[in-house]
Write a protein that binds this ligand. Structure first.
Ligand SMILES: Nc1ncnc2c1ncn2[C@@H]1O[C@H](COP(=O)(O)OP(=O)(O)OP(=O)(O)O)[C@@H](O)[C@H]1O
Ligand SMILES: [Mg+2]
Length: 335
C-alpha cells in the first residue's frame, strides 16, 4: 500500500535550482577546461512518507542529485532544505546531524560494505558514530538484522560470505540503524536477480511503512517505479523535464522524452502503444545542446527548441518543460 502522502503537508525535502557541476580538467597543469553539468537547475519537493521515483537515461544526473542531497557531493549553487533547514549552509555539526536522517542505499552492496568488517560492526557502526547506542552492540545488531530478515548467526560473518540479496539486506540494516527519515535508493535492487529483487523490494516497502520513511527511488525499471512511487520525476541531461503523479506520468506522459521512455517498455496494467525509438545517444553533460537539451533527438522539435530553453509549466497536474505546452501550442497538445 502506498503511503498517505498529501500535498498539504510541508515538504520534508525541498530542492531549489540545484546545480552540481564537476570541473573538466585538461593539460599538464590540469587547467579547468569546462564543466560537466551533472545536475543543472533541479527543483523538486518531497512530502513526508512520499516516494518519488527518479528516472532518466544513463548519465542524466540521478546519482549525482541523490549524492548531493546525501552530502556526498558539493553543490555549486541552489538550495536544499530538509525539514525546513538549509542543508548546504548549515555548520559542520548540524550537517552531520542532518546527514543521519538522510541515508543512501547503493546498487552494489559489495562495494558499499567494508570487506574487513564483521556484520556486527557494519550494522552498528553508524549507531556508535552518532552516539545512538542504547544497549549492547550485539543486541542492537540482532534487532537490526531481524528487521531485514537475517538471523543472529550473521553477526560474526564477513560480507563475502553472503549472497547479493543478503548483502543488500545488510546495507539496509546499516542504513536503518541510525533511524533515517529519508532513504535515497540508487538502483538499490537492480543488480539482484528477479526473484530476489522482488523480496528486497517487499522488504523495502515494509520498512517504509513501519518507519514512516520518505523515499527517493532511482531505477531504470519503470515497472518497479510504477509499483513503488507516488510521484515520478523524469530527468534529461541534468534537468527535470517532467514531474507528476505516477498514474499521470505512466498513462499520459506529456514530454516527448517521457513518451519515448515509456513507450519502450512493457508496464503491467498499461496498454502499450507504438514503440518510439529515440535517435542518437544522450549528449555529454559537458557540452549540452543549446535551447531545449532534448531537441536534437525530439521527434516534435520546433525552431524555437533549438535556441530557447523551455520554462517549467503546470499542465494537467504535472510540471513539464517543453515548448509544446507554451502559448498557442499548449491548447493543441494537451490531451
Ligand atoms: N565525480 C565525478 N566527476 C566528474 N564527472 C562526474 C562525476 N560523477 C558523475 N559525473 C558525470 O556526471 C554525469 C551524471 O552522472 P550520474 O552518475 O549522476 O548519472 P546517472 O543518471 O546516475 O547515470 P546511471 O543511470 O548510469 O547511473 C555524467 O556525465 C557523469 O559522467
Ligand atoms: Mg546512477
Amino acid at each position: 500500500m502506498k503511503p498517505d502522502a498529501t500535498s498539504a503537508q510541508p515538504p520534508l525535502l525541498e530542492i531549489r535550482d540545484l546545480r552540481t557541476w564537476f570541473p573538466v580538467r585538461r593539460g599538464v597543469f590540469s587547467a579547468r577546461a569546462g564543466w560537466i553539468k551533472a545536475v543543472d537547475g533541479v527543483s523538486l519537493a518531497l512530502a513526508p512518507r512520499e516516494t518519488l521515483g527518479l528516472v532518466g537515461e544513463s548519465g542524466c544526473g540521478k546519482t549525482t542529485l541523490a549524492r548531493t542531497v546525501a552530502d556526498l557531493e558539493r553543490a555549486q549553487g541552489g538550495a536544499i532544505r530538509f525539514k525546513n533547514e538549509d542543508l548546504l549552509h548549515a555548520d559542520a555539526a548540524r550537517r552531520r546531524a542532518l546527514r543521519r536522517s538522510i541515508q543512501m542505499v547503493f546498487q552494489d552492496p559489495y562495494a558499499s560494505l567494508n570487506p574487513r568488517m564483521t556484520v556486527l560492526d557494519l550494522v552498528t557502526e553508524g549507531l556508535v558514530e552518532h552516539g545512538l547506542l542504547r544497549g549492547g552492540r550485539g543486541d542492537e545488531a540482532e534487532r537490526l538484522l531481524g528487521e531485514v530478515g537475517l538471523g543472529p548467526d550473521a553477526m560474526l560473518r564477513y560480507p563475502f560470505e553472503f549472497s547479493g540479496g543478503q548483502r543488500q539486506r545488510i546495507c539496509l540494516a546499516r542504513a536503518m540503524s541510525v533511524r533515517p527519515e529519508l532513504l535515497l535508493c540508487d538502483e538499490a535492487v537492480s543488480a539482484l536477480d528477479v526473484s530476489v529483487q522482488a523480496q528486497a523490494l517487499n522488504l523495502l516497502m515494509d520498512l517504509r511503512e513501519k518507519h514512516a520513511l520518505s523515499l527517493v527511488f532511482i531505477s531504470h525499471d519503470l515497472s518497479v517505479i510504477k509499483h513503488v512511487s507516488d510521484r515520478v520525476v523524469v530527468m534529461y541531461l541534468g534537468r527535470v523535464v517532467e514531474e507528476g503523479p505516477v498514474e499521470a506520468i505512466m498513462e499520459c506522459p506529456l514530454h516527448p522524452y517521457t513518451q519515448a521512455l515509456i513507450s519502450a517498455v512493457l508496464i503491467p496494467g498499461r496498454k502499450r502503444g507504438p514503440r518510439q525509438i529515440l535517435p542518437g545517444e544522450i549528449p555529454s553533460s559537458a557540452s549540452p545542446p543549446p535551447g531545449c537539451h532534448f531537441h536534437p533527438r525530439c521527434p516534435k522539435a520546433m525552431a524555437r527548441c533549438r535556441t530557447e530553453a523551455p520554462a517549467e509549466r503546470a499542465v494537467s497536474g504535472c510540471r513539464v518543460r517543453c515548448h509544446l505546452y507554451s502559448g498557442e501550442s499548449h491548447k493543441q497538445n494537451i490531451q
